[in-house]
Design a protein around this ligand. Structure first.
Ligand code: SF4
Length: 247
């Protein structure tokens, strides 16, 4: 039996997909986003292990809320694709119970080859929606912001388009880091090539996770960065959706 390593569970989430969601935060991430508000999910060996049956049993009491609100189960992280096999099993159990499934991922570890591809295909068969974090369209700035290339992420976005998997694109707006006009235009142009995108969400940068960095003894690199203004958020949304290409 495949066991999953999870960080925590949120039973009535409302921001990670449609309706009321049972959100499972998987443990482990290879990226190191400078704005990460869950650095306690990074450690691949942290968290606790569970079986899918334990999770399915725990979520049972919340199914009426999910059904009534048009919600379901979201698996987030950390990076859920690192444990794609477990998530596929969990989602299979959800689909057997007619529960909507959403995968909140950066796609950062996607290779598209061999066994991993077979597992990801199995996972996508039982995934109703992917919440795909596109962090930066510029390769160099992406490396600087997350510590890794964006090549796998963009490949994963194209792969989801090929598979016609419904996607919501999410972009964390960090003033001075991810709000450059040209970058937003380029990101918007890339998103436009993906016919499976149903929605684009701007996630305003915030500092709610700073205490976790401190608790882990880590230096928080964006301490001087303030959240974006409403106007900045609106501007980014209009550019990403192609409704405004110049300021
Ligand atoms: S991908 Fe998510 S969990 Fe991983 S470092 Fe970035 S924000 Fe944090």
């Amino acid at each position: 039996m495949v066991r999953g390593r999870i960080h925590s569970v949120e039973t009535c989430g409302t921001v990670d997909g449609p309706g009321i969601r049972y959100v499972v935060f998987m443990q482990g991430c290879l990226l190191r986003c400078q704005y990460c508000h869950n650095p306690d999910t990074w450690d691949l060996k942290g968290g606790k292990t569970v079986t899918r049956e334990e999770l399915l049993q725990d979520m049972e009491g919340y199914v009426p809320y999910m059904t009534f609100s048009g919600g379901g189960v979201t698996v987030s992280g950390g990076e859920p694709l690192l444990q794609a096999e477990f998530v596929a099993e969990l989602f299979k159990g959800c689909k057997e119970r007619d529960i909507h499934t959403a995968l909140d991922t950066s796609g950062g570890c996607f290779t598209g080859h061999g066994v991993q591809r077979q597992i990801i295909d199995r996972l996508l068969e039982v995934t109703d929606l992917v919440l795909l974090d596109l962090k930066h369209i510029d390769e160099a700035k992406h490396r600087c912001l997350t510590g890794r290339s964006n090549a796998h992420i963009l490949d994963f976005a194209r792969y989801l388009a090929e598979k016609e998997t419904p996607v919501w694109i999410r972009h964390v707006l960090v003033p001075g880091y991810t709000d450059d006009e040209l970058d937003l235009v380029r990101l918007g142009q890339f998103i436009k090539t993906l016919p499976n995108v149903q929605k684009i969400e701007i996630l305003p940068y915030h500092q709610l996770g700073v205490h976790k960095w401190r608790a882990l003894g880590l230096h928080y690199p964006l301490a001087d960065v303030r959240p974006p203004t409403d106007k900045g958020i609106q501007r980014a949304y209009l550019i990403l959706t192609g409704k405004r290409t110049t300021v």
